[in-house]
Design a protein around this ligand. Structure first.
Ligand SMILES: [Zn+2]
Length: 82
């Protein structure tokens, strides 16, 4: 599903076609490595910036279809990027 991730420090947003799951009352977006890279680039793009609450550089409350959205960046820790 297409979701919008935001960064309230830079005032930026990015649309991602993420696969979604659910835990409790929240929606979980499991981002792929490429989606994390895209999100970082669009939401911030500054190499040494300290903004963001995860590898995708989202910041502030995230939501999808009115539900709380949790951004899962585990993909960046899986597989090989040497
Ligand atoms: Zn930043």
């Amino acid at each position: 599903m297409r979701i919008t991730l935001t960064n309230d420090y830079h005032g930026t947003e990015v649309q991602i076609n993420a696969s979604l799951g659910h835990i409790d009352n929240a929606v979980v977006a499991r981002l792929t490595r490429n989606q994390i890279a895209k999100s970082r680039r669009v939401l911030c793009g500054i190499a040494n910036c300290q903004c963001g609450e995860n590898e995708a550089r989202t910041r502030g409350p995230q939501s999808a279809n009115g539900n709380r959205l949790v951004v899962n960046c585990d993909a960046i820790y899986r597989g090989a990027k040497r």
